[in-house]
Design a binder for this molecule. Structure first.
Ligand code: GLC
Length: 437
């Protein structure tokens, strides 16, 4: 058994740590401007201008079953959809607002179709819910709000009632956690109570007290007791969520130093929402290496797709998902049910290790192909059998060092040497599966 213990939290995280890989979906009105999901804030777009996206939101090609099929093929085991992002637009039929998809040309509850389709494919269901709201009239204008630079902000903020907004959030979370069956993850986003620009004292960031986060979480837990909730309300819950960066060691609790359940969230191209002209798409190598690197440090990867306003994954997103599909088809055994390797096993240069939870199998991921020999100090006497994972072809090994007339011998009693083919197999990141004694 793995010797790593993670900090205990209220939600049911056991399935989550087993499954390791999920799909994030950022979809909303911002898919129409197609230049970042923060476009309303970045461009300080007035409400009446932003309204044209509401009038034209018509995802006629939306087929949640197709999304679910692609997620599953990519090896993803759960998904998290933006039910409402910072723009405030709801992809579900909420009775507490008119600013929802049923009132656009879409004309139907898009969250319902997502839930039904993903559940039917056996994926677990997550809801992202934005704490930030740039549409709701009760939310005071703050440093992130599109109206932050208007002349008369203090006046515009008069009468805005954050308590009413906090109640609105509780009502919507109640809808989301009541009307769609079992929900596995609730992903709140995000707090910034430390963002208080001194030159504009009338603007103030927001955090747990503004959201009335304690009540919000209690509401969620009362409806779905085992649900996994992230930490972005400013109240610590189940999930630590490093964003757009890959931790270099297992994420630890700041005060206690305990290992925590963590999930890196990553984009294919820097933006979460569909961004037509974005060109910084990650390479296939980066995609697979991110996933491996994450699991090698005991974490999960939540890989984002930003569907278009027609309701599709665009060709670049489909190609990126296909990279995962091709690799996971043959190599998922080194991901599911795996975690950081036990400390006795050190990864050789250019490699990353994962180990099955039961401790019986160790996986060597070859980020750099090592030519014909892979030297593993400390592994001698521990390995019963070795093979490539993608084709289950045997890998011969020896335990008495590398012998070759040209260079003498690499010594080491504890050295295990794998004999690899000189040419890298046609797999982006080849994996060697070691059956431990
Ligand atoms: C950020 C962004 C947001 C995105 C999220 C995903 O907080 O505000 O647009 O949804 O990260 O982690």
């Amino acid at each position: 058994m793995s010797s790593y213990q993670t900090r205990k939290t209220p939600g049911d995280t056991a399935w989550f740590r087993h499954d390791r890989f999920g799909m994030f979906i950022h979809w909303g009105l911002y898919a129409l401007p197609a230049r970042h999901e923060w476009v309303k804030s970045y461009e300080k777009t007035p409400e009446d201008v932003y309204d044209r996206y509401f009038r034209h939101f018509d995802p006629d090609l939306y087929d949640a079953k197709e999304w679910a099929r692609q997620a599953k093929a990519a090896g993803m085991k759960y998904a998290v959809l933006t039910t409402k992002h910072h723009e405030g637009f709801c992809l579900f039929d909420s009775q507490y607002t008119d600013y929802k998809c049923t009132n656009t040309p879409a004309g139907r509850d898009l969250v319902r179709e997502y839930v039904d389709a993903f559940r039917a494919e056996g994926l677990k269901i997550g809801f992202y819910y934005s704490l930030i709201d740039w549409h709701h009239p009760d939310v005071p204008i703050d440093p992130l709000h599109p109206r932050r630079d208007d002349e008369n902000v203090p006046e515009m903020n008069r009468g805005r009632d954050m308590h009413r907004y906090a109640e609105y959030m509780r009502n919507q979370v109640t809808e989301l956690l009541t009307n769609y069956g079992k929900i596995d993850i609730l992903w709140f986003d995000f707090s910034y109570s430390n963002n208080n620009p001194p030159e504009k004292p009338w603007l103030r960031g927001k955090g747990r007290d503004d959201w009335e986060a304690e009540k919000l979480i209690a509401t969620a837990r009362s409806l779905q007791p085992g649900i996994i909730i992230d930490n972005r309300t400013e109240i610590e819950q189940d999930l630590w969520t490093p964003e757009q960066y890959q931790p270099q060691s297992w994420v630890r609790h700041k005060e206690t130093g305990e290992l925590v359940t963590w999930e890196a969230c990553q984009t294919f191209s820097g933006s979460w929402g569909y961004y037509r002209d974005e060109t910084s798409w990650k390479s296939p190598e980066m995609l697979i290496q991110m996933l491996v690197q994450t699991v090698a440090l005991g974490g999960n990867l939540l890989m984002n797709v930003g569907p278009t306003a027609r309701g599709c994954f665009d060709y670049r997103a489909q190609a990126a998902l296909q990279v995962f599909a091709d690799w996971m088809k043959f190599n998922s055994r080194s991901i599911y049910g795996c975690t950081m390797a036990e400390p006795e096993f050190k990864a050789p240069n250019g490699c990353r290790l994962t180990q099955s939870e039961d401790g019986k199998r160790l996986y060597i991921h070859l980020f750099q192909y090592p030519y014909a020999f892979l030297e593993l100090p400390g592994f001698a006497g521990k390995v019963e059998y070795a093979q490539f994972l993608h084709d289950a072809s045997e890998i011969l090994f020896s335990e008495n060092g590398v012998k070759h007339f040209s260079e003498g011998r690499t010594q080491g009693d504890d050295l295990l040497v794998l004999n690899l083919p000189a040419v890298k197999p046609p797999v982006i990141v080849p994996v060697i599966e070691l059956f431990l004694k």
